[in-house]
Design a protein around this ligand. Structure first.
Ligand SMILES: Cc1cc2nc3c(=O)[nH]c(=O)nc-3n(C[C@H](O)[C@H](O)[C@H](O)COP(=O)(O)O)c2cc1C
Length: 340
């Protein structure tokens, strides 16, 4: 199967909902404490948040998703224009294909044309770093979009579920450390829905990584996507991965500050995002909800979704008596007692 068809399958399967984990990201384990006396005026609520010096309109990052063929270029164009308009940081999908097929570069570089002043992240696979990635290749990927940050995605689970995937994962951490040294931009490391545990998070920060995006289980399952593609829909590894909430708590307990901790994986509402921020993340990210909106309603659909999301986010802050995003803290949550 060619790489273009594989990428199309990925989008179709994630949007259909067939590739979602059965297990949840864990947000239902917490409830907000309602504040009947919030002492706040909704008009004074400020939803903005900062990521690596970039002031965003919301603590929301549009996760890395696509690139590498002409339709993907169109999706990247829509995401870039949207993110520029609303000051939302974002990332392109895996740029590995650019090294194998340089003619695909335009489907990535289009984002910088659409968003000259946007915050854009490059995307490099951890597997690539472990298998002879050079400084020259890093420069090529980063420079092609004049990236503000370089994202390394960890996707061992996906690779192992793919007949044609990578099999050597020795040397990824060293590769990340080398990338930090030569990239010239901050390095963000993310999973792809399997989660990053506390020990991994600590090691990444010690290697010089600026931000860890835990990308935990509870949303898109890459094991399911790959196993659907190879007609093994009931594969035993489909539910492999650690829920996002557990990853956030572990990373926080491993000493990561909100500035160093991003949360994604099954983030599906303002309430999920608010809980992630209360638990210790400084920023949140989403993939599937964004591509779903684009698929359903194009640019207009995405715009309507954003307006609703922003309004709901302001409502959440108001309900909790918080004027700013940084005011969200664990004292706004209580654990839900499981009875029965
Ligand atoms: C269609 C699609 C394509 C993706 N492609 C990439 C990719 O190329 N690089 C990457 O780092 N993550 C990729 N991801 C993973 C997401 O960035 C994210 O980590 C994961 O889907 C969990 O978030 P979600 O539950 O909001 O979808 C992709 C996700 C989707 C839905």
């Amino acid at each position: 199967m060619n790489i273009e068809q594989r990428k199309k399958d990925h989008i179709a399967l994630s949007v259909s909902g067939e590739a979602a984990y059965k297990k949840t990201a864990g947000f239902e384990r917490f409830d907000f404490i309602h504040n009947a006396l919030p002492e706040i005026n909704l008009d004074e609520v400020d939803t903005s948040a900062e990521l690596l010096g970039y002031k965003a309109s919301l603590p929301l990052f549009v996760s890395s998703m696509t690139g590498g063929y002409s339709e993907a270029g169109q999706v990247n164009r829509i995401i870039a224009a949207f993110c520029r308009k609303h000051r939302i940081p974002f990332g392109v999908g895996s740029q590995r294909i650019m090294l194998e097929q340089p003619e695909t570069t335009e489907s990535f570089s289009i984002v910088r044309k659409e968003a000259p002043d946007g915050f854009i992240s490059a995307n490099i696979g951890g597997g690539q770093l472990a298998n002879g990635f050079t400084e020259k290749q890093a420069r090529k990927l980063i420079d092609s979009i004049e990236a503000d940050a370089a994202i390394v995605h960890l996707n061992v689970l996906q690779e192992l579920m793919q007949g044609e995937g990578d099999r050597n994962f020795k040397g990824i951490l060293q590769g990340i450390e080398d990338l930090v040294r030569v990239s010239g931009v901050p390095v963000i490391v993310k999973e792809t829905g399997g989660g990053i545990n506390g020990d991994n998070a600590r090691k990444l920060i010690n290697a010089g990584v600026s931000v860890v995006d835990v990308s935990g289980a509870g949303g898109t399952s890459w094991s399911k996507i790959e196993n659907h593609r190879r007609n093994q829909p009931d594969h035993p590894f489909n539910e492999w991965g650690n829920p996002t909430v557990d990853c956030i708590l572990e990373a926080r307990n491993a000493g990561l500050s909100p500035d160093q901790l991003m949360a994604s994986g099954g983030m599906r509402s303002v309430l999920d995002a608010g809980k992630a921020l209360c638990l210790g993340a400084g920023f949140t990210a989403m993939a599937q909800p964004v591509i779903r909106q684009i698929n359903k309603g194009g640019e207009e659909g995405l715009e309507a979704w954003y307006q609703e999301y922003k309004q709901q986010f302001a409502t959440l802050l108001c309900l909790l008596g918080c004027r700013r995003v940084e005011d969200l803290s664990e004292r706004h949550l209580r654990e839900v007692r499981i009875t029965g």
